[in-house]
Each structure stands twice: as C-alpha cells, then as structure tokens.
Design a protein around this ligand. Sequence first.
Ligand code: SAM
Length: 232
Amino acid sequence: MTYSVSPIGFVRSCFKEKFAIPRQPQLAPAARGVLELVAPFDQGDAVQGLEQVSHVWLLFLFHQALEEKPRLKVRPPRLGGNKSMGVFATRATHRPNGIGQSVVKLDKVEANRLFISGIDLLDGTPILDIKPYVPYADIIDNASNSIASAAPQLIPVRWAEAALQQAHEHAQRLGEPLVALIDQCLAQDPRPAYQIPTPEREYGAQFWDLDVRWHYPEAGVIRVLEVIPASN
Ligand code: SAM
C-alpha cells in the first residue's frame, strides 16, 4: 500500500550544502532560516495561534538523500562512519520514506512564513508538517540513549584576523549572526571521523552566500582561513 504526501512549505536555510550542517537541531542556535508556506497554507489561517508557541517540530523530507531501496543497516557519522547499526536505532538521513524530524525555535510568525532558528536543515528542504512543541509531553526526564548519550564534544575554533574581518562585514550585509554560526558549526568538527587532517589540508562549506574555508593547524583545533563570496 502506498500513501502520498505533499509539502506544506520549503525551508530557506543558511545551509547550502550537507557538509558542516550540525547533526541535530539546537546545536547551532545561530543557524537560521525561513519556512515559506505554500498554498493553501500561506494565508494566515493555518498558523493562527502559533505565536503562542516557542518551538515547533518540523517533519520533513531528506530530499537530497532519497533512495529507491530501503537500507536496514546504516553507518552513522556519529559512530565514526565505520560501525553499522539498525536504521531505526539511528537518525540517519538514508531511511525508509526519507522522513526527518527536528525541533526548532520559532522566532517570528507571519501569515505565509515562519522564521526559525537552531535548524539542521538544508536549503530547499520540503516540510511535510508543523507541530507545536508541548513541553509537558515532549520532555522526558528519565529518557536515555546510550548510542548518543550527549551532544558532540566541541573543539576550539580560531580565526585568521582577515577571516574574522570578512565575516563581520558579511554579517552586517546579511543581517545574520554569521560569526556565531560559523563558530557553532565548526566547533562540532564536521570532518568525517576517519579523516586525519594534515595542517595543509583545507576544508570548505557554503553558509548563506559565502564560502568558508578552514584547516586544522594542530589536532583537534580549527582555524578559519577565509570567508568569501561563494563562486556558484
Ligand atoms: N534532526 C533530524 C532527524 O533526527 O530526523 C535530522 C538528523 S540528520 C542526522 C541531520 C543531517 O541531515 C544534517 O547534518 C544534514 O547533513 C542532513 N540534511 C539536512 N537536511 C537534509 C535534506 N533536506 N536532505 C538530505 N540531507 C539533509
């Protein structure tokens, strides 16, 4: 039996590529976006009352990870990418039906769009539903998960002077907390765990309309090298 679903909106996000997006929401509070609703949900009626809510659950499609053949086992990056696990024990993007869920902060409600932050969503992500976060039901005091028992350990992020200057200038132009965004995302060390980076090796990712480049001058330390307009 098959069912069909259709998006109620799409996210315009600070994240233009999968690399360097935090692995869960709330890990980078400066990660912001706008959920643009589509007809018939863009008239105001559907979001009436949401201004009384601080956070929402978003159900969405991992539209850049959809696969024909469902996987039963996956190798979550969280476990270093070399240990396999039942797909339902993980939050892996490659999963049956490709559905993701994230709890995000709701900063502002307008008739046809929601301003959200603390997101882990790629630009263009199709949203299937929005539900208010209900603290009394959604907070479970004695919950445990020994596969992912704590947020990822953060590493120090340093800045080349010129890169910091560039970031401040672009932050002003965009009206976005860009330095915090880069700090928060890179502190989670986006590099695949199996890669041992040499100081010469540069990494890069696009945030908003900017290419951010960094390297690892020593083990466990990131240094941002430049923040320049993206080439695409
Ligand atoms: N919080 C969600 C969940 O638990 O279902 C997502 C968790 S998943 C591990 C987070 C990763 O999904 C991000 O780091 C990003 O690389 C990837 N991602 C985000 N949006 C995506 C999209 N639309 N298509 C494919 N991958 C996406």
